[in-house]
Design a protein around this ligand. Structure first.
Ligand SMILES: N[C@@H](CCC(=O)N[C@@H](CS)C(=O)NCC(=O)O)C(=O)O
Length: 225
């Protein structure tokens, strides 16, 4: 049977899906999509993902699946022995709620304003303001997810596919020097300890020893460092 194919970009939201595949010990072929070069708009890529986004997972039957929460859910549900998706309906819908909020709001409304500022305002004079708004949205988003995580180690209590989804925005906070609430900083460091996370970050070109140092520091500490 053909291996699955992951269309990804190192250090992007596809890192969350890459980690889930690694946790599942799922053999897959990785295809790097060069976003700055515009690979996502080329006809052969649009044929598998008309949204022109990464990640895309092409499954063994040849069908493609897009959108981080949908891919994470499908991987969790289709590998029941790995126990990365909860059985009960309440925990399930809370995970869907958290993943949709992380991908749609923290990433799509917040970090996207910081990383892809020009897609929110044509006039470069507005770009600083767009980035500031992005940082505000991310900070509020982390506060919301911090409350959802509470004093649990993982979003569902036990580790699930939703944790690598949370991880990729925590990772972006680390990369951009943004403060994380204390429990999210601990969650981020907890995931950095996982061998699968470690392997994926190394494969994607990151020095894992340098990660997690700023996580958990308050924004006032960061401003003076
Ligand atoms: N809602 C989508 C968002 C995916 C997304 O925006 N990915 C970014 C990279 S992190 C992308 O593909 N950007 C396309 C571009 O820069 O043109 C999902 O959850 O998969």
């Amino acid at each position: 049977m053909a291996a699955m194919k992951l269309y990804m970009t190192p250090g992007s939201c596809s890192t969350g899906i890459h980690i889930i595949l690694e946790e599942l010990e799922e053999a897959f072929e990785a295809y790097i999509v060069n976003l700055p070069a515009g690979d996502q708009f080329k006809a052969d890529y649009v044929a598998i993902n008309p949204e022109s986004t990464i990640p895309t997972l092409v499954r063994r039957d040849g069908s493609s699946l897009t959108e981080v929460p949908a891919i994470a859910y499908w991987l969790g549900r289709s590998h029941p022995r790995a126990a990365l998706w909860p059985d009960d309906i309440e925990t399930s819908c809370r995970l869907i709620e958290a993943m949709a909020y992380i991908a749609g709001t923290i990433h799509g409304q917040g970090f996207a304003r910081i990383f892809a500022t020009h897609t929110f305002a044509r006039n470069p004079r507005d770009h600083d303001s767009v980035r500031d708004l992005g940082r505000d949205i991310v900070a509020k988003g982390f506060a919301v997810i911090s409350t959802a995580l509470g004093d649990k180690n993982y979003l569902a209590g036990a580790y699930s596919v939703a944790d690598p989804v949370l991880f990729y925005v925590e990772f972006w906070a680390d990369m951009t020097g943004m403060a994380l609430p204390t429990n999210l900083a601990a969650h981020y460091r907890r995931l950095l300890q996982r061998p699968a996370v470690h392997r994926v970050l190394r494969e994607e070109g990151y020095d894992t020893a340098a990660l997690g140092r700023l996580a958990g520091r308050q924004s006032t500490d960061l401003a003076t460092s």
